[in-house]
Design a protein around this ligand. Sequence first.
Ligand code: MF3
Ligand code: CO
Length: 249
Amino acid sequence: MIVLKSPAEIALMRTANGIVAEVLQVLAERLCPGMTTLELDRMAEEAIRQRGAEPAFKGYQEYRYTLCTSVNSVVVHGLPDTSELAEGDIVSIDCGVRYQGWHGDHAWTFIVGDTTSPTARTLMRVTEEALLLGIDQMRIGQRLYDVSAAIQRHVEGHEFSIVRDYVGHGVGRALHEEPQVPNFGTPGTGPRLLAGMVLALEPMVNEGTAKVKLLPDGWTVVTADGKLSAHFEHSVAVTEQGPLILSKV
Ligand code: MF3
Ligand code: CO
C-alpha cells in the first residue's frame, strides 16, 4: 500500500528533508583532500542533532553510521572509515534523518578538491540530469514507470548504465515505504501517481557495466568492473501544483 501524505505532513517532511539538505551543504563546504569519511560522518551527526533531528540510518538493520559515503567505484552504502579522501575522488554522501516522526532522505555526489576526470564530471552531470528528468514526471495522472523510464532513457542515451539491483522508494514515517522506484522501466505502466505520494528517487549510474558486487562487510556495493559510479537522491512529493522537491535548503 502506498501511503498518501496530507499537506501538513508534507510540510513536516519538507522540514526533515531541509535539514538533510543543510547537512549536506555543511559537509560540502568542509570536504577536502586528506579528510576521512568517518570525519564527515561525525560532522553530519553533530549537525543533525543541532537541528533537533536524529540520524535515520544509524540502527537501521544494524547499520552503524549516520552517512553512507560511496567513493569512486562504490555504488551505494559505502561505510565511513579512516581512509583519506584524495583530490579528484568523487564521493556520494547519502544522509537520512528523522524529525518529529518523519524521514528525510537525500544524497549528492561531490568532487573532492578542484579537479577530477572529464568522465567523472560527465557521469555526475548525466546522473543529476536524469534525476531531474525523473522528478519532472512526478505529476498527477502520470504512471510510476514514466518516472523510471525518463531516468533510464537519459542515462542510456549517454552510454552509461543504470544499476538494477538497488532502487528508489516511498518515504514517510518509515525510511523505506512502498512503492519501490526502479530507475528503469516501461513508460505508461505502473501505479498512477496521486497527490500526497512522496518518493525518494535515487538513480545509481555506472560508467561501465551495470553489474555490481556486494563486499563481505555486507553493505558496500561496488561496480563489478571497478569503474566509477554516481548517485543523486531527492525526496519529492506529488502535489496539485506539480512535483515538490522536499530535500532543498
Ligand atoms: N538512501 C539509501 C537508501 O534509501 C540509504 C539507506 S542506508 C541504510 O537505501 F543504512 F539506512 F540502510
Ligand atoms: Co533512499
